[in-house]
Write a protein that binds this ligand. Structure first.
Ligand SMILES: Nc1ncnc2c1ncn2[C@@H]1O[C@H](COP(=O)(O)OP(=O)(O)OP(=O)(O)O)[C@@H](O)[C@H]1O
Length: 580
């Protein structure tokens, strides 16, 4: 391709100069609005300017972008008769940043919006993807510096403590960039949280200290010679910024990940490398492909949650276990309802027509991440708190939070309806308690009220009948499932997962779920003296509905158990219903 271009420079110069004018006329005014409330993922591209070296070698730009969301790429080709030709490819993303866009603009339009989500306990992530030398490190470093400036400016005033760790993933191994590249392990704990065992976490007190930590880690990154870039990074670099709410010790920590992905080197480049480098390239490409599936499927899952029709919900597999990188980033692809996960991907491309093969692959990858928003059966916005603006949410808080009214400015601040709906319960309640005269009961009831409005908006087809003034609700009506008749006494069938009714025999626990036998002697046998470790169901705000407290585990003896209980889980309310 490069040879084709250099042998026919004038042909391609003429072609591109007229193409530029055409495209300008075509869609200069096109602008795509990112539905920030709808999509959890924003996919952008950034085209870097031609370097001095490329200019000296007479390269010309092969990618044009005259619209805020589209890029047109020209790929040199050869006709059958040997004459030069080109193929035009069009790409449509959420945002395309052209060569003249400064990092400040990229930050303001794409990355800055990640901060408020992480600030309130969510998980925000920025990925930079692209071939080696396309500007990933330049973009991530620039954005990280601006982000550090922003968060350190408000951290003290907003009672947040900031912690940072920097590491790189090289193949299947992880190295700590704040501890002289010491290797560390990544493990999943019994709560399903990924733990970075022994990784150094720094607590910068100032912007300067934070910037110097980032600089130290950047200099330690694994670099090896490639044909594209002398400092080409062959590892995925991850900066994790943890935001701790000092005022509310129960609030969930927010997490901000900045990921400078390894270069997506093509086979042409790798053919000039050693066998070891080829394996490395294969590993990188596999992990990037898994990452694509995780990001895409998480976005699809997010869209499904907004669709009120149950039929639209399909089971979505997010293959985060398949690579080291996605294992570390498990929370980024989390499907917990009460935790926001927002992601921005910036596909970096080199502008030169000589690189158009690589750039085409990068832009294709980015396009594959862009999930089209389907037409959804959605209730009217007036009924959906997650679609409300900040003003509407504040009005609703003032009118519905009881007496004294909860201060809407403290609770909602500048947050949108979606941000407030996804705020963790503890954080929500602690904000409510900042209004003078508001007690924990009122705050909790108000949190539940907001949840009920959310659930009602999603399940308009399901009959929820409001109860008395204490606002308990009836369980949603559901078809009865036929239960097989079992004549063996339940004491002889006890096994993990079985729900047990304790009747009045055990104070404090009406229903429990069996987790495991207490000791080895309790595994087999049928005796009434056997003991089992069980998790306890607690009451909920709805009649006949129970909340499972998996963290509250106690040992129960078989003779205290009354019988097997049948519980049905409702994913919308996240309660268990007693199936009588
Ligand atoms: N938007 C930009 N404006 C000006 N210079 C840029 C821009 N983007 C990248 N560069 C320059 O291009 C060169 C390569 O960029 P960078 O090192 O960020 O690439 P990379 O994609 O991270 O490569 P690798 O995968 O090898 O680490 C650097 O010299 C960088 O300063």
């Amino acid at each position: 391709m490069a040879l084709m271009y250099f042998n026919n420079i004038d042909f391609y110069r003429n072609l591109l100069s007229s193409a530029y004018k055409d495209d300008e006329k075509e869609d200069a005014a096109l602008a795509v609005q990112i539905e920030n409330e709808t999509l959890d993922t924003m996919i952008c591209a950034r085209i870097r300017p031609l370097s001095e070296e490329e200019k000296e070698e007479h390269h010309i730009p092969g990618i044009l972008s005259n619209s805020s969301s589209k890029a047109v790429l020209y790929e040199p080709r050869q006709k059958f008769n040997g004459k030069p030709d080109s193929v035009k490819h069009g790409f449509s993303l959420h945002r395309v940043f052209d060569t003249d866009m400064q990092t400040e603009s990229v930050y303001q339009e794409a990355a800055q919006k990640l901060v408020p989500w992480a600030w309130t306990g969510g998980v925000s992530t920025l990925f930079a993807y692209g071939q080696t030398g396309s500007g990933k490190t330049f973009t991530v470093t620039g954005i990280t510096n601006l982000l550090i400036k922003d968060i350190m400016a408000i951290a003290e005033a907003e009672h947040r403590a900031i912690y940072v760790c920097c590491f790189e993933i090289f193949g299947k191994k992880a190295y700590d960039l704040l501890d002289d590249r010491r290797m560390f392990n990544i493990m999943e704990d019994s709560f399903g949280k990924m733990q970075l065992i022994g990784v150094q976490e720094k607590h910068p007190a100032s912007e300067e200290e934070f910037l110097s930590i980032i600089q130290t880690s950047a200099s330690l990154r694994t670099s090896a010679q490639t044909t594209k870039n002398d400092q080409s990074s062959r590892s995925h670099a991850v900066y994790r910024i943890r935001i701790v709410n000092k005022k509310n010790s129960e609030a969930q920590d927010g997490e901000l990940f900045l990921v400078d992905l390894a270069g997506s080197e093509g086979s042409q480049d790798s053919s000039k490398h050693s066998a070891e480098r080829l394996v490395e390239t294969k590993d990188i490409n596999t992990s990037l492909s898994i990452l694509k599936d995780c990001i895409r499927n998480r976005t699809i899952w997010g869209l499904q949650q907004l669709d009120s029709s149950e039929t639209a919900k399909k089971s979505i597999h997010i293959p985060w276990r398949s690579s080291k990188l996605t294992q570390v980033l498990k929370h980024v692809f989390g499907t917990q309802e009460d935790r926001v996960c927002k992601t921005v991907v910036i596909a970096c491309v080199a502008p030169s027509i000589v690189d158009s093969g690589h750039s085409k692959n990068t832009l294709r990858y980015a396009e594959m991440l862009k999930v089209p928003v389907p037409k959804m059966k959605r209730p009217k916005d007036a009924l959906v708190p997650s679609n409300w603006t900040n003003e509407k949410m504040k009005l609703w808080i003032r009118e519905n939070s009881g007496t004294p009214a909860i201060d809407a400015d403290i609770l909602a601040g500048k947050l949108s309806g979606m941000q407030l709906c996804k705020m963790p319960q503890k954080d929500f309640i602690s904000r409510c308690l900042q209004t003078t005269g508001v007690e924990k009961d009122q705050a909790t009831a108000f949190y539940q009220k907001l949840w009920r409005v959310r659930i009602d908006s999603r399940q308009q087809s399901t009959t929820f009948t409001a109860g008395d003034k204490s606002e308990t609700m009836q369980r949603p009506s559901r078809p009865k499932t036929a239960r097989p008749l079992n004549t063996t006494p339940f004491q002889q069938r006890i096994k993990p997962g079985m729900c047990i009714s304790m009747g009045k025999r055990s104070y404090g626990a009406l229903f429990v779920v069996v987790m495991s036998p207490f000791g080895p002697e309790d595994f087999d046998g049928v005796g009434d003296e056997r003991r089992f470790i069980c998790a306890v169901f607690g009451p909920s705000m709805m009649t006949d509905a129970y909340e499972l407290h998996i963290e509250r585990q106690e040992t129960f003896i078989v003779k205290d158990m009354e019988g097997e209980a049948f519980m049905e889980y409702d994913s919308a309310t996240r309660y268990y219903y007693l199936d009588l």
